[in-house]
Write a protein that binds this ligand. Structure first.
Ligand code: ADP
Length: 318
């Protein structure tokens, strides 16, 4: 689907950002690029939609060199999500989502239906959010709109450059879950840049680890964990946080408050080991912040999160 062949990029000031990259991303794959700052991840991503021109080599998308595409055709068929949410502030949420479909001359009815579908997909009630301005949404909600806006015109490929790194851990986990769900449903090819190994292991079908403009290893999360090619990979994979964040255990409250009898109430700052102990006696725990209920932890969900950690080589106690 996307193929890099001996691709190098040297900036005018002489910096070699990437050196002779050879790799292929398959259709429908969730491909994560990770590596230390300055290792060439963003440059590689931006070469895919020609925001950065190559110095040497070729990039092929669907068997055609990207230099042979009409630039608009190429960009409209590749969604792009950045860390800084770049919603147009004076436009409503619906207008923001409609930008590329309008450029592609979709009918008004088709665009309106698409906007509602997408808002529903990420849990934003269309009748409430459609006509709001970006400033009337929280950071997490704006980023959610940024993600669905990239999906709006149904592109085959979505490029995401650290899309969740500015969010609080709670919103980040939720958006990661939403994105996985979207990927399962829509089977898009997603190229995702991050510096967070936990995020890479959670999201990636394959992970591409870069260093100094070169690929050190490409493989499934399991490959990187069990067969690191060198000490750099071993340390990079090993250095991630092994602890479980409380936010990951919580199912946020959306809509009506469900009444759960015989529950324990905790705050967001409660240590995870204490929470697990409570779960031995209570099926559900209610989580409060500033006196307001914000979510629930169920024994079932906690077991699910913990088993995922263990599968990824995590430890309950550090
Ligand atoms: P990453 O995304 O992994 O942090 P980048 O792709 O942004 O890395 O950068 C790779 C290298 O290229 C770095 O050394 C960076 O300083 C350099 N670089 C990036 N953009 C430019 C530019 N426009 N001009 C010169 N050097 C650049």
């Amino acid at each position: 689907m996307i193929r890099f062949e001996q691709v190098s990029k040297q900036f005018p000031n002489g910096t070699f950002a990437v050196k002779s990259l050879d790799f292929e991303i398959k259709k429908g794959e969730f491909f994560v690029m990770i590596g230390p700052s300055g290792s060439g991840k963003t440059t590689t991503l931006k070469m895919m939609n020609r925001l950065i021109e190559l110095s040497k080599g070729w990039v092929w998308i669907n068997g055609k060199k990207i230099s042979d595409y009409d630039i608009n055709e190429l960009r409209w068929n590749i969604g792009y999500v950045l860390q800084q949410i770049a919603l147009f502030p004076h436009m409503t949420i619906a207008e923001n989502i409609a930008v590329v479909p309008e450029l592609k001359n979709w009918s008004k009815e088709k665009i309106a239906a698409r906007i509602d579908d997408l808002l529903n997909m990420v849990g934003l009630e269309p009748s409430v959010y459609r006509n709001r301005k970006p400033s009337e949404l929280s950071g997490g909600q704006q980023q959610r709109v940024g993600v669905i806006r990239a999906l709006a015109a149904d592109p085959e490929i979505i490029l995401m450059d650290e899309p969740f790194s500015a969010l609080d851990p709670f919103s980040r986990e939720k958006l990661q879950d939403d994105l996985l769900e979207i990927q399962r449903k829509l089977k898009k090819t997603i190229v995702f840049v991050t510096h967070d190994m936990h995020e890479a292991l959670k999201l990636g079908d394959r992970i591409c680890l870069m260093k100094d403009g070169e690929i050190v290893q490409v493989g499934s999360p399991h490959d990187l964990l069990t067969n690191p090619v060198n000490d750099f990979v071993r340390e990079f994979v090993g250095n991630r946080k092994l602890s479980i964040h409380l936010e990951e255990l919580i199912t946020p409250i959306t809509g009506e408050l469900e009444f759960v009898s015989d529950t324990k109430t905790i705050s967001l700052s409660t240590p995870v080991d204490e929470v697990l102990e409570h779960l031995a006696s209570f099926e559900h725990i209610s989580v409060e912040e500033n006196g307001k209920a914000i979510g629930n932890i169920s024994r079932q969900n906690a077991m699910k999160v913990m088993s995922r950690y263990l599968r990824e080589g995590g430890q309950i106690h550090e």
